[in-house]
Design a protein around this ligand. Sequence first.
Ligand code: MN
Length: 233
Amino acid sequence: MPNTCLTRPLLACLTALLLLLGAALPAWADFSLPPLPYAVDALEPAIDATTMTIHHDRHHGAYVANLNAQIKANPKLANLSLEALQGQVSAFPMAVRNNGGGHWNHSQFWTVMAAAGQGGSASPELLNAINRSFGSMEAMQSAFNQAAAGRFGSGWAWLILKPDGSLAITSTPNQDNPLMDLPGIERGLPLLGLDVWEHAYYLNYQNRRPDYIKAWWPLLNWKEVNRRYADAG
Ligand code: MN
């Protein structure tokens, strides 16, 4: 223990220790794969445990590993949070866009799902915003379903909060997302995003993406969507 701890108040002592610890670490910290916030079989039968395991451990795991592999060649990555990276992704190579997007997208995806019956419902504030922008919850869900089913190839459907305070439905290809500073992206703060890559549903649903989307809604964790909306306000 540094001898400063003998003479300083506890808080100053702890601060000194943390500074010493920080100096001993590399300047960058790897991005890391967050654990699922529930058991792998928690979303069954809509999303089976095998799909969840492969999706989280291998697909999301690979995005994290591939993003970390980019740090050495792109040292600026070291000083960016995952969220901050999204808004500056145009300054980086395609591998950072794809894997940084993949990491952020999946990190939010796990949290906006919950076991059926556990996700609560839309808060009065969010429900008001949905009604103002879409007319009704049903109209929002219908527009979202169309965006999700209509995304050609791989990508995501999103409910976003736009800078003017309105909500919108949008869709992005591959691992792009509405935070990215890229041409062709309708930008906004994602309140929820649905993965419509085949790896998200193929074992159970094969080519029947609309069935997956329909089965997914009861898994929506409205508590998390409410929190995202409230935090943005
Ligand atoms: Mn995925």
